[in-house]
Ligand binder design. Structure first.
Ligand SMILES: Nc1nc2c(ncn2[C@@H]2O[C@H](COP(=O)(O)OP(=O)(O)OP(=O)(O)O)[C@@H](O)[C@H]2O)c(=O)[nH]1
Ligand SMILES: [Mg+2]
Length: 467
């Protein structure tokens, strides 16, 4: 009898036996069964929808390449991000460029004030110590100090405009043989207030012209004061006694101080508009994590890129860790020109040594064991300058031994050291791409970024296939 039921259904479909209604089913039982089936179908559809939604999110996530920029403070992380934005998000970059004017003027004025502060201290010291052999900065120099005193107010006004905060770092015992951080305190702007600033200064046609108009008088007043003092600033900056005094006192000007001081004529006009290079050179210390989304390829299904820029000073590094298991690639910046410099936040520590310690920690990290590693041996231009001026690498890096004091040899030596660390410290074998860079050199960086992009994409696709 049961067989006759089976043959009632499609004999070619074995599932038909299971899914067939029970024999002799009453109409009551049938209604209840159908209700159960409808409910089961509803739940099944719900689960399908959830799976589909999850897959869509995962697909979207998979189609985002996440890059973390790491390295000590002033290693060039934010400048690298600017290069990415300049190259791959050009429209937005141009929109924001004008808003950097306040930061650029602040960089310039701070450098001038740092020189004036060093001059004052030198005058006080020589007066107190009565050193006959020291060069006497007499009334001739005192008049510059008086004439340029309005720059203090300009610095305060620009800081207020940017919502900047002074960074108070404790001064520590310092070695007499190394360049020590003896300049004015670094300032920083929290990313939120800086973003607000950018959003409110995008020009009279933006949505917030009122704010732009509010900021303009401060910018123009600052420009006028700088224009009034520019000849004095230039004279002081070019004075060989001042240069010798800065060197002797180990006064640390920022890397771009010379660039802005040399460009003072161009920067101190009322209709000044920042160029790409000005923005790249502008120093604004990063606090918090800044996140930028870029489209680095014209193809519609190409992944989007998310780049995370972090603060590099020691007190900021705890914030890096949560990003380690989220990112596809790390670009680590090691400023190799810093072999004779000390950390601003801890002058006992050599900056190159600090970079090595960080690099070792990154290579050893289990969380990053499958992350693509890219290393920029940065500030090549400054390394070349130092070597040209006769600074001896082995004096600061005894292990360098008697190798030639030439840029190429130094780069080769350091490259091998960083490479050895990858080899010996990585939890599993990995390839690391190493590029010598000067991230302020836009032309070369454009080529480097294309190579970095292609390398990351290739690796990203390969890994997506594997896992
Ligand atoms: N000459 C030269 N200057 C550079 C180079 N890379 C960065 N700089 C300058 O060094 C300064 C610091 O660079 P940033 O990109 O702000 O450094 P950072 O790593 O973001 O620093 P934090 O935000 O403090 O962690 C800026 O004034 C840059 O213009 C380089 O290769 N050559
Ligand atoms: Mg930064």
């Amino acid at each position: 009898m049961a067989f006759s039921v089976v043959f009632h259904h499609d004999a070619t479909d074995p599932l038909a036996v299971i899914s067939a209604p029970p024999p002799n089913e009453s109409s009551h039982e049938r209604a209840a069964r159908e209700e159960r089936e409808i409910e089961a179908q509803r739940i099944s559809d719900l689960i399908d929808d959830e799976i589909r939604a999850e897959r869509a999110v995962r697909k979207k996530e998979e189609n985002v390449v996440k890059i973390l920029l790491l390295g000590q403070s002033e290693s060039g992380k934010s400048t690298t991000l600017k290069n990415f934005r300049m190259r791959f998000a050009r429209d937005r970059w141009i929109e924001e460029r004008a808003s950097w004017r306040a930061v650029i003027l602040l960089n310039l004025v701070r450098s001038a004030n740092t020189i004036l502060d060093a001059l004052s201290q030198e005058m006080d010291d020589v007066e107190q110590d009565g050193l006959d052999s020291a060069f006497k900065f007499d009334d001739y120099y005192r008049q510059y100090k008086v004439r340029l005193s309005p720059l203090q107010a300009v610095e305060s006004n620009l800081k207020r405009l940017l919502g900047a905060t002074e960074d108070i770092q404790p001064r520590k015992q310092i070695s007499p043989t190394t360049i020590i951080p003896n300049g004015s305190q670094e300032f920083f702007v929290r990313s939120r207030s800086w973003r607000n600033f950018l959003q409110t200064t995008q020009g009279p046609d933006s949505e917030s012209p009122r704010h732009f108009q509010q900021d303009l008088p401060t910018l123009l007043d600052s420009t006028d004061v700088i224009a009034n003092g520019k000849d004095d600033i230039k004279t002081l900056w070019r004075d060989s006694h001042i240069q010798a005094m800065l060197w002797k006192r180990k006064t640390r000007l920022e890397d771009s101080a010379g660039f802005f001081l040399d460009s003072i004529d161009r920067l101190s006009v009322r209709d000044y508009e920042p160029t790409d290079e000005d923005v790249l050179r502008a120093r604004l210390r990063t606090l918090d994590i800044q996140e930028h989304e870029l489209i680095v390829d014209d193809e519609t299904d190409a992944p989007k890129w998310k780049i995370f820029d972090v603060g590099g000073s020691r007190t900021q590094r705890h914030a890096w860790l949560p990003y380690f298991d989220q990112v596809n690639a790390v670009i680590f910046l090691a400023p190799i020109s810093c072999f004779d410099e000390r950390l601003l936040e801890d002058p006992r520590v050599n900056r190159l040594e600090d970079s090595f310690i960080l690099w070792k920690a990154i290579c050893s990290s289990k969380l990053l064991s499958r992350t693509i590693l890219i290393l920029f041996l940065n500030k090549m231009d400054i390394l070349e300058q130092k070597i040209r001026h006769g600074v001896m690498v082995k004096r600061f890096l005894p292990s360098y031994g008697d190798r030639p004091n030439e840029t190429n040899d130094v780069v080769k030596y350091l490259r091998q050291k960083f490479k050895d660390t990858v080899r010996y410290c990585s939890p599993e074998p990995r390839v690391c791409h190493i590029y010598p860079t000067s991230v302020i050199d836009t032309k070369n960086m454009s080529v480097t970024l294309i190579s970095v992009r292609d390398g990351i994409l290739r690796e990203h696709l390969k890994r997506a296939d594997l896992f």
